[in-house]
Ligand binder design. Sequence first.
Ligand code: ATP
Ligand code: MG
Length: 499
Amino acid sequence: MSAAPSKPKILVIDDDDDLRYSLKRVFSGRQYEVVEANSAEKGLEVAEKEKPDVILLDNRMEGMSGIEALQHLRGINPNAMIILMTAYGTTQTTIEAMKFGAFDYIMKPFDLKKILSITEAALATSSDLDRANKDESSGGISQEDVDGGIIGSSAAMQDVFKMIGQVAASEVTVMITGESGTGKELIARSIFQNSLRSQKPYIAVNCAAIPENLIESELFGHEKGSFTGATSQRIGKFELCDGGTIFLDEIGDMALTTQTKILRALQEGEIQRVGSSETIKVDVRMLAATNKPLEEMVEEKTFREDLYYRLNVVRIQLPPLRERMEDVPLLIDFALKRLKQDRKAHVSAVSPEALASLMKYTWPGNVRELENIIYRSAVMAQSDTILMKDLPREILSAVGADMSSPKMPTPKKEAAKEAELESKTAGEEVLLGAPEENAFDGAYRLLRSEQGNNILEHAERELIRRALEEVGGKQVKAAEILGMTRSTLRKRIDQYDLG
Ligand SMILES: Nc1ncnc2c1ncn2[C@@H]1O[C@H](COP(=O)(O)OP(=O)(O)OP(=O)(O)O)[C@@H](O)[C@H]1O
Ligand SMILES: [Mg+2]
């Protein structure tokens, strides 16, 4: 994410004047900057000059086709997300487009909602990418330079980095395991980025987030009319990802029937769309992750043994944070740098006393919890240093630090209740895991204290941030979770600089 929020720039390449005009109107009215070109050749020039974030590219144009232009555009502007607009029914073109690194495709004619949501998704990915690139080039923590935002100087993490290096360039299937919040997604992405397929598509599928009856259609696609609601043909992730890498996250949550089909895709490189008997060849590298005990699941026969062995060719086991405490100060430093870079907080250090408490804590939620705790502490800090008093109470009580700070009085009974809660909810984020009464007691006390400024905003911001995180930045879904309209959400995202 860039520090000063600038308008995202969209390049529309289409020889249809009316369509260009409509798209321009739609996007300009929504805080986007739009540039245009009426041919592919012209589009290449404009792309070079304007460096757009997203390119909407028509396929059928006089002169150079969209597919041809796509390949040139990838060279000119590798970070731009390209969305190909194809005529209905040209599946082959779509597949080609994805092979050549398009972000997505849209069938003409399309409605406004659809193009807006695809563009938003493209922008979310593009800011992710920006950030990853920035991480690589910014100075400071040396591991960051080497590993693109993955921190760790402990021997255990060094071994993980070595393994990434060894397996990335091969085609081997990798299984990434580890407790929640240890960085499995980060590692999967890094394997992809370092692989020979890094210029090809990368699609992450969270198997736990998709309802069981929809996952097969999501993965393998479906034919029109193959089930109620299948009103048109759909190309699945495997087909879209042909030539690229698919990351099956939370694979331990996948139903047995789907497991069988995944096994076939792995073994034979073959899939079938739901409702079709036609076999389609796909060339996809698979990465998978889970925090479930797969070995036990194999024994209980809830996970196919043959699939387990196929996926588990190489296993990267991420150590929990409590087993590599020497990484904690580095991760804190990294989190503070990120907060600063994103202008979310301006804190550069942690006092020795506060650090000692953080080093005593056992981090059941691992790196994700650490990021969260540092963020919460940083917004509380009144100077540029996080002090003991700024640490969340759950940390202080867990490490047995004195809770009777005059600014945040905690009645004894409640402290005891909380300690008990703490042991029960280990592994969960306490604010959410705690009974409502208790969570709001603390928040209300904070509101009434001197540090209570902006607590409503902090709370709203944090809830929005989590919702967006959960759904991978998809605003439509996040708005649903939050129960707000998408335009309200978009306003909040701008207001809180969450874009
Ligand atoms: N080694 C690391 N260096 C820097 N940041 C990290 C590291 N490991 C994890 N993180 C950060 O911690 C957060 C959680 O990581 P990630 O989502 O990859 O965890 P996960 O293992 O997939 O968790 P879950 O099982 O809950 O899905 C992310 O914000 C990620 O960027
Ligand atoms: Mg994950």
